[in-house]
Design a protein around this ligand. Sequence first.
Ligand SMILES: Nc1nc2c(ncn2[C@@H]2O[C@H](COP(=O)(O)OP(=O)(O)OP(=O)(O)O)[C@@H](O)[C@H]2O)c(=O)[nH]1
Ligand SMILES: [Mg+2]
Length: 304
Amino acid sequence: MASTNQSPFYHKAEQKFNEASTDEERIECLEIMMKECPKHKSSENMRKNLTTRYKKLKSSIIKQKKAGKGKHAGIKKEDMQCVLIGPPNTGKSTIFKTLTKLNPKISPHPFTTYIHQLGTFKFEDAQIQIIDSPPFPNQDKSLINSTDILLLIIDNLAQIKPSEEHLHYTKAKKILLFNKEDELSEEEKRKIEATLKSKYRNYNYFFFSQKADKTKIEELKKKIFITFPIIRVYTKEPKKEASKEPMILKKDSTFKDAVEKILKGISNKIKRARIWGPSSKFGGQIIGLDHILKDKDIIEFQTK
Ligand SMILES: Nc1nc2c(ncn2[C@@H]2O[C@H](COP(=O)(O)OP(=O)(O)OP(=O)(O)O)[C@@H](O)[C@H]2O)c(=O)[nH]1
Ligand SMILES: [Mg+2]
Protein backbone atom coordinates (compact mmCIF):
# COMPACT_ATOMS: atom_id res chain seq x y z
CA MET A 1 0.00 0.00 0.00
CA ALA A 2 1.38 3.43 -0.91
CA SER A 3 2.04 5.38 2.20
CA THR A 4 3.44 8.69 1.15
CA ASN A 5 2.48 11.90 2.95
CA GLN A 6 1.30 10.01 5.99
CA SER A 7 1.78 11.05 9.59
CA PRO A 8 4.50 9.41 11.70
CA PHE A 9 1.69 7.73 13.70
CA TYR A 10 0.43 6.14 10.51
CA HIS A 11 3.88 4.84 9.63
CA LYS A 12 4.41 3.47 13.09
CA ALA A 13 1.04 1.69 13.01
CA GLU A 14 1.77 0.33 9.55
CA GLN A 15 5.11 -1.04 10.70
CA LYS A 16 3.42 -2.65 13.71
CA PHE A 17 0.76 -4.08 11.41
CA ASN A 18 3.41 -5.77 9.28
CA GLU A 19 5.08 -7.25 12.34
CA ALA A 20 1.86 -8.28 14.13
CA SER A 21 1.35 -11.93 14.94
CA THR A 22 -2.37 -11.92 15.74
CA ASP A 23 -5.46 -10.54 14.03
CA GLU A 24 -6.38 -8.64 17.20
CA GLU A 25 -3.11 -6.69 16.98
CA ARG A 26 -3.64 -6.09 13.25
CA ILE A 27 -7.11 -4.67 13.98
CA GLU A 28 -5.67 -2.26 16.51
CA CYS A 29 -3.05 -1.05 14.03
CA LEU A 30 -5.62 -0.68 11.26
CA GLU A 31 -7.80 1.44 13.54
CA ILE A 32 -4.92 3.86 14.02
CA MET A 33 -4.09 3.83 10.30
CA MET A 34 -7.72 4.62 9.41
CA LYS A 35 -7.77 7.48 11.87
CA GLU A 36 -4.48 8.87 10.65
CA CYS A 37 -5.19 8.53 6.93
CA PRO A 38 -5.78 11.99 5.36
CA LYS A 39 -9.38 12.66 4.38
CA HIS A 40 -8.71 14.38 1.03
CA LYS A 41 -9.75 13.08 -2.36
CA SER A 42 -6.35 11.75 -3.43
CA SER A 43 -6.28 9.25 -0.60
CA GLU A 44 -9.83 8.02 -1.14
CA ASN A 45 -8.66 4.69 -2.58
CA MET A 46 -6.34 4.15 0.28
CA ARG A 47 -9.12 4.73 2.82
CA LYS A 48 -11.34 2.26 0.96
CA ASN A 49 -8.54 -0.29 0.97
CA LEU A 50 -8.05 0.13 4.72
CA THR A 51 -11.76 -0.23 5.42
CA THR A 52 -11.95 -3.41 3.35
CA ARG A 53 -9.02 -4.95 5.20
CA TYR A 54 -10.54 -3.92 8.51
CA LYS A 55 -13.88 -5.55 7.71
CA LYS A 56 -12.20 -8.74 6.49
CA LEU A 57 -10.14 -9.03 9.66
CA LYS A 58 -13.16 -8.43 11.88
CA SER A 59 -15.15 -11.17 10.22
CA SER A 60 -12.18 -13.54 10.33
CA ILE A 61 -11.89 -12.96 14.10
CA ILE A 62 -15.58 -13.71 14.59
CA LYS A 63 -15.16 -16.92 12.55
CA GLN A 64 -12.11 -17.94 14.60
CA LYS A 65 -14.04 -17.40 17.82
CA LYS A 66 -16.93 -19.50 16.58
CA ALA A 67 -14.54 -22.25 15.47
CA GLY A 68 -12.87 -22.10 18.87
CA LYS A 69 -16.19 -22.69 20.57
CA GLY A 70 -16.89 -25.61 18.30
CA LYS A 71 -13.55 -27.16 19.13
CA HIS A 72 -14.30 -26.86 22.81
CA ALA A 73 -17.61 -28.55 22.51
CA GLY A 74 -15.55 -31.75 22.68
CA ILE A 75 -14.10 -30.91 26.09
CA LYS A 76 -16.65 -31.17 28.82
CA LYS A 77 -15.06 -29.58 31.83
CA GLU A 78 -15.10 -31.84 34.84
CA ASP A 79 -15.03 -30.65 38.47
CA MET A 80 -11.25 -30.80 38.53
CA GLN A 81 -9.36 -29.98 35.36
CA CYS A 82 -5.63 -29.60 34.82
CA VAL A 83 -4.04 -28.58 31.51
CA LEU A 84 -0.46 -29.43 30.55
CA ILE A 85 1.26 -26.55 28.82
CA GLY A 86 4.77 -25.47 27.92
CA PRO A 87 7.29 -24.88 25.16
CA PRO A 88 7.82 -27.61 22.52
CA ASN A 89 9.53 -30.87 23.41
CA THR A 90 9.65 -30.42 27.19
CA GLY A 91 7.97 -33.78 27.84
CA LYS A 92 4.30 -32.81 28.25
CA SER A 93 2.94 -35.83 26.40
CA THR A 94 5.30 -38.15 28.27
CA ILE A 95 3.88 -36.87 31.57
CA PHE A 96 0.35 -37.19 30.21
CA LYS A 97 1.13 -40.83 29.39
CA THR A 98 2.58 -41.46 32.87
CA LEU A 99 -0.48 -39.99 34.58
CA THR A 100 -3.24 -41.42 32.41
CA LYS A 101 -1.72 -44.62 30.98
CA LEU A 102 -2.97 -43.48 27.56
CA ASN A 103 -0.73 -43.51 24.49
CA PRO A 104 -0.18 -40.02 23.10
CA LYS A 105 2.30 -39.43 20.31
CA ILE A 106 5.75 -38.74 21.75
CA SER A 107 8.82 -37.92 19.68
CA PRO A 108 12.22 -36.22 19.94
CA HIS A 109 11.00 -33.59 17.47
CA PRO A 110 9.26 -30.42 18.62
CA PHE A 111 5.59 -29.75 17.81
CA THR A 112 4.60 -33.40 17.97
CA THR A 113 1.27 -32.70 19.69
CA TYR A 114 -1.03 -30.63 17.50
CA ILE A 115 -4.40 -31.38 19.03
CA HIS A 116 -5.69 -31.69 22.59
CA GLN A 117 -5.98 -35.03 24.21
CA LEU A 118 -8.17 -35.76 27.19
CA GLY A 119 -7.46 -38.17 29.97
CA THR A 120 -8.08 -38.71 33.66
CA PHE A 121 -6.27 -39.96 36.71
CA LYS A 122 -7.38 -40.74 40.20
CA PHE A 123 -5.94 -39.39 43.38
CA GLU A 124 -7.37 -41.19 46.40
CA ASP A 125 -11.07 -41.15 45.50
CA ALA A 126 -11.10 -38.05 43.32
CA GLN A 127 -11.15 -38.12 39.54
CA ILE A 128 -8.98 -35.46 37.89
CA GLN A 129 -9.34 -34.49 34.24
CA ILE A 130 -6.04 -33.85 32.51
CA ILE A 131 -5.47 -32.37 29.07
CA ASP A 132 -2.33 -32.62 26.94
CA SER A 133 -2.01 -29.66 24.61
CA PRO A 134 0.01 -28.42 21.66
CA PRO A 135 3.10 -26.46 22.71
CA PHE A 136 3.44 -22.68 22.79
CA PRO A 137 2.59 -20.75 20.68
CA ASN A 138 -0.06 -23.19 19.41
CA GLN A 139 -1.80 -23.64 22.74
CA ASP A 140 -5.52 -22.95 23.05
CA LYS A 141 -5.88 -19.59 24.75
CA SER A 142 -9.47 -20.01 25.86
CA LEU A 143 -8.71 -23.36 27.47
CA ILE A 144 -5.80 -21.82 29.38
CA ASN A 145 -8.03 -19.01 30.54
CA SER A 146 -10.88 -21.24 31.66
CA THR A 147 -9.14 -24.11 33.41
CA ASP A 148 -8.48 -24.60 37.14
CA ILE A 149 -4.85 -25.67 37.08
CA LEU A 150 -2.00 -25.24 34.64
CA LEU A 151 0.96 -27.56 34.82
CA LEU A 152 3.69 -25.55 33.14
CA ILE A 153 6.30 -28.03 31.97
CA ILE A 154 9.81 -26.81 31.21
CA ASP A 155 13.28 -28.34 30.97
CA ASN A 156 15.24 -25.11 31.14
CA LEU A 157 14.93 -22.02 33.36
CA ALA A 158 15.17 -19.69 30.36
CA GLN A 159 11.75 -20.97 29.27
CA ILE A 160 9.89 -19.42 32.21
CA LYS A 161 9.79 -15.80 31.07
CA PRO A 162 8.62 -16.48 27.49
CA SER A 163 6.01 -18.91 28.84
CA GLU A 164 4.57 -16.24 31.10
CA GLU A 165 3.76 -14.21 27.99
CA HIS A 166 1.05 -16.76 27.22
CA LEU A 167 -0.46 -16.68 30.69
CA HIS A 168 -1.49 -13.07 31.21
CA TYR A 169 -5.22 -13.62 31.31
CA THR A 170 -5.61 -16.84 33.23
CA LYS A 171 -6.75 -17.11 36.81
CA ALA A 172 -5.75 -20.77 36.99
CA LYS A 173 -3.38 -21.87 39.72
CA LYS A 174 0.01 -22.79 38.33
CA ILE A 175 2.48 -25.52 39.09
CA LEU A 176 5.90 -25.26 37.51
CA LEU A 177 7.19 -28.69 36.62
CA PHE A 178 10.90 -28.85 35.89
CA ASN A 179 11.12 -31.96 33.75
CA LYS A 180 13.93 -34.26 32.60
CA GLU A 181 15.46 -34.23 36.06
CA ASP A 182 17.37 -37.36 35.01
CA GLU A 183 19.56 -35.23 32.75
CA LEU A 184 20.68 -32.97 35.61
CA SER A 185 23.68 -33.46 37.84
CA GLU A 186 23.19 -32.88 41.56
CA GLU A 187 25.08 -29.61 41.18
CA GLU A 188 22.90 -28.41 38.28
CA LYS A 189 19.74 -29.30 40.16
CA ARG A 190 20.95 -27.46 43.25
CA LYS A 191 21.63 -24.31 41.18
CA ILE A 192 18.24 -24.48 39.47
CA GLU A 193 16.51 -24.89 42.81
CA ALA A 194 18.38 -21.91 44.23
CA THR A 195 17.30 -19.75 41.27
CA LEU A 196 13.70 -20.91 41.59
CA LYS A 197 13.70 -20.03 45.28
CA SER A 198 15.21 -16.58 44.75
CA LYS A 199 13.98 -15.37 41.34
CA TYR A 200 10.70 -17.28 40.98
CA ARG A 201 9.50 -17.32 44.56
CA ASN A 202 5.82 -17.17 43.59
CA TYR A 203 6.05 -20.48 41.74
CA ASN A 204 4.96 -23.72 43.24
CA TYR A 205 7.53 -26.03 41.64
CA PHE A 206 8.23 -29.73 41.27
CA PHE A 207 11.10 -31.74 39.73
CA PHE A 208 10.12 -34.73 37.66
CA SER A 209 11.33 -37.12 34.96
CA GLN A 210 10.13 -40.06 32.90
CA LYS A 211 12.25 -42.23 35.19
CA ALA A 212 10.18 -41.26 38.23
CA ASP A 213 9.25 -44.20 40.46
CA LYS A 214 5.76 -44.97 41.81
CA THR A 215 6.26 -42.85 44.92
CA LYS A 216 7.33 -39.83 42.89
CA ILE A 217 4.39 -40.24 40.49
CA GLU A 218 2.04 -40.36 43.50
CA GLU A 219 3.72 -37.20 44.82
CA LEU A 220 3.02 -35.43 41.53
CA LYS A 221 -0.62 -36.53 41.62
CA LYS A 222 -0.92 -35.26 45.17
CA LYS A 223 0.73 -31.96 44.26
CA ILE A 224 -1.85 -31.46 41.52
CA PHE A 225 -4.75 -32.57 43.72
CA ILE A 226 -3.97 -30.30 46.67
CA THR A 227 -3.63 -27.29 44.38
CA PHE A 228 -7.34 -27.44 43.51
CA PRO A 229 -9.40 -25.12 45.72
CA ILE A 230 -11.92 -27.87 46.38
CA ILE A 231 -13.29 -30.11 49.11
CA ARG A 232 -14.64 -33.65 48.94
CA VAL A 233 -17.97 -34.30 50.57
CA TYR A 234 -19.64 -37.69 50.92
CA THR A 235 -23.36 -38.27 51.21
CA LYS A 236 -25.14 -40.98 53.13
CA GLU A 237 -28.62 -42.22 53.76
CA PRO A 238 -29.79 -42.88 57.32
CA LYS A 239 -28.44 -46.17 58.69
CA LYS A 240 -26.34 -46.75 55.57
CA GLU A 241 -22.68 -46.38 54.61
CA ALA A 242 -21.41 -43.12 53.10
CA SER A 243 -20.97 -42.89 49.33
CA LYS A 244 -17.62 -44.11 47.98
CA GLU A 245 -17.36 -41.37 45.36
CA PRO A 246 -17.16 -37.89 46.83
CA MET A 247 -18.94 -34.81 45.56
CA ILE A 248 -16.45 -32.16 44.52
CA LEU A 249 -17.30 -28.69 45.81
CA LYS A 250 -15.53 -25.35 45.93
CA LYS A 251 -13.76 -24.54 49.19
CA ASP A 252 -16.06 -22.90 51.74
CA SER A 253 -19.21 -24.36 50.17
CA THR A 254 -22.23 -24.64 52.45
CA PHE A 255 -24.52 -27.58 53.05
CA LYS A 256 -27.01 -25.78 50.79
CA ASP A 257 -24.45 -25.64 47.93
CA ALA A 258 -23.91 -29.37 48.33
CA VAL A 259 -27.56 -30.40 48.15
CA GLU A 260 -28.30 -27.95 45.35
CA LYS A 261 -25.53 -29.62 43.35
CA ILE A 262 -27.30 -32.94 43.81
CA LEU A 263 -30.67 -31.55 42.76
CA LYS A 264 -31.54 -27.93 42.02
CA GLY A 265 -34.27 -26.59 44.31
CA ILE A 266 -33.99 -29.45 46.79
CA SER A 267 -32.67 -27.20 49.59
CA ASN A 268 -36.25 -25.95 50.18
CA LYS A 269 -37.33 -29.49 50.93
CA ILE A 270 -34.75 -30.47 53.54
CA LYS A 271 -36.37 -31.78 56.71
CA ARG A 272 -33.33 -32.70 58.73
CA ALA A 273 -29.60 -32.79 58.03
CA ARG A 274 -26.75 -34.29 60.01
CA ILE A 275 -23.01 -34.21 59.59
CA TRP A 276 -19.93 -36.25 60.47
CA GLY A 277 -16.33 -35.31 59.89
CA PRO A 278 -13.96 -32.35 60.16
CA SER A 279 -16.60 -29.59 60.20
CA SER A 280 -18.81 -31.25 62.83
CA LYS A 281 -18.59 -30.57 66.57
CA PHE A 282 -19.56 -34.20 67.13
CA GLY A 283 -20.62 -37.07 64.88
CA GLY A 284 -24.22 -36.75 63.78
CA GLN A 285 -24.53 -33.04 64.63
CA ILE A 286 -27.69 -31.46 63.22
CA ILE A 287 -26.90 -28.64 60.80
CA GLY A 288 -28.67 -25.87 58.90
CA LEU A 289 -28.39 -24.92 55.24
CA ASP A 290 -25.66 -22.33 55.87
CA HIS A 291 -23.28 -24.76 57.59
CA ILE A 292 -19.81 -24.44 55.99
CA LEU A 293 -18.38 -27.77 54.91
CA LYS A 294 -14.84 -29.06 55.08
CA ASP A 295 -12.89 -31.65 53.09
CA LYS A 296 -14.01 -35.21 53.92
CA ASP A 297 -17.27 -34.27 55.63
CA ILE A 298 -20.13 -36.75 55.42
CA ILE A 299 -23.65 -35.38 55.13
CA GLU A 300 -26.95 -37.12 55.67
CA PHE A 301 -30.32 -35.53 54.97
CA GLN A 302 -33.99 -36.27 54.71
CA THR A 303 -36.46 -34.39 52.56
CA LYS A 304 -40.05 -33.41 53.34
N1 LIG B 1 15.79 -37.40 29.37
C1 LIG B 1 14.48 -37.26 29.36
N2 LIG B 1 13.83 -37.15 28.19
C2 LIG B 1 12.50 -37.01 28.21
C3 LIG B 1 11.76 -36.94 29.42
N3 LIG B 1 10.47 -36.77 29.13
C4 LIG B 1 10.36 -36.75 27.80
N4 LIG B 1 11.59 -36.89 27.22
C5 LIG B 1 11.89 -36.92 25.79
O1 LIG B 1 11.69 -35.64 25.24
C6 LIG B 1 11.15 -35.73 23.91
C7 LIG B 1 9.84 -34.95 23.82
O2 LIG B 1 8.87 -35.61 24.60
P1 LIG B 1 7.31 -35.30 24.43
O3 LIG B 1 6.62 -35.94 25.57
O4 LIG B 1 6.87 -35.63 23.06
O5 LIG B 1 7.35 -33.72 24.60
P2 LIG B 1 6.15 -32.66 24.39
O6 LIG B 1 6.38 -31.56 25.33
O7 LIG B 1 4.84 -33.33 24.44
O8 LIG B 1 6.48 -32.17 22.91
P3 LIG B 1 5.49 -31.35 21.91
O9 LIG B 1 4.20 -32.09 21.82
O10 LIG B 1 6.25 -31.34 20.64
O11 LIG B 1 5.37 -30.01 22.50
C8 LIG B 1 11.00 -37.20 23.63
O12 LIG B 1 12.14 -37.63 22.91
C9 LIG B 1 10.97 -37.83 25.01
O13 LIG B 1 11.42 -39.16 25.00
C10 LIG B 1 12.48 -37.05 30.66
O14 LIG B 1 11.96 -37.01 31.77
N5 LIG B 1 13.84 -37.20 30.55
MG1 LIG C 1 3.34 -33.42 23.08
